[in-house]
Design a protein around this ligand. Structure first.
Ligand SMILES: [Zn+2]
Ligand SMILES: [Zn+2]
Length: 164
């Protein structure tokens, strides 16, 4: 969605509300496509003395395999962002402001970037996820697998036979 901000910057319009759905199903994160629902984007751009204040709320379902145990994690996410939009940056170094030189803001691109920047670096089904057993592949969150104990018992039996 393109937001026309010229009137806001000129003070001729108070605010522009928006409420729409955006598709990120083709966006890849860690070799997965986790944006399984449309992103519902709501908010406003409001005029403030020559600049505009953008408030965005993004709501979506996020589904990705756990980094440790590969079990699928699916959760409802709500992210809130705000930006100060200006038609011209006074100081290029100042990252508190977002420049929209032609008054046309590509809201989809900005929201997509905000969502991706806000993602955690690791996806865990729970903080203390125990992962999977490297030997038998069982999900250790479901309890101990016992394969280590079995191989120990086998070793003992072999030894016993040898002594006899
Ligand atoms: Zn896990
Ligand atoms: Zn095991």
């Amino acid at each position: 969605m393109i937001l026309e901000l010229k009137k806001l910057f000129a003070g001729a319009e108070e605010s522009i509300p928006f409420d729409y759905a955006m598709d990120l199903s083709g966006t890849e994160v860690d070799n997965a496509y986790p944006f399984v629902s449309p992103i519902r984007v709501t908010g406003t751009a409001a005029a403030k003395d020559g600049f505009a204040e953008l408030s965005v709320r993004a709501e979506y379902v996020f589904s990705i395999p756990c980094d440790r145990c590969t079990r699928q994690i699916t959760q409802n996410c709500v992210n809130s962002f705000s930006h100060v939009l200006v038609s011209k940056l006074e100081n290029e170094e100042d990252d508190r402001f977002f420049e929209v030189p032609d008054g046309r803001l590509d809201l989809d691109a900005l929201v997509r970037e905000d969502i991706l920047l806000g993602l955690p670096t690791k996806f865990l089904c729970r903080d203390d996820c125990k992962g999977i057993c490297p030997v038998c592949g069982r999900n250790l969150n479901d309890g101990p697998c016992g394969c280590g104990r079995q191989s120990g018992a086998l070793g003992f039996d072999v030894l016993k036979d040898f002594i006899q």
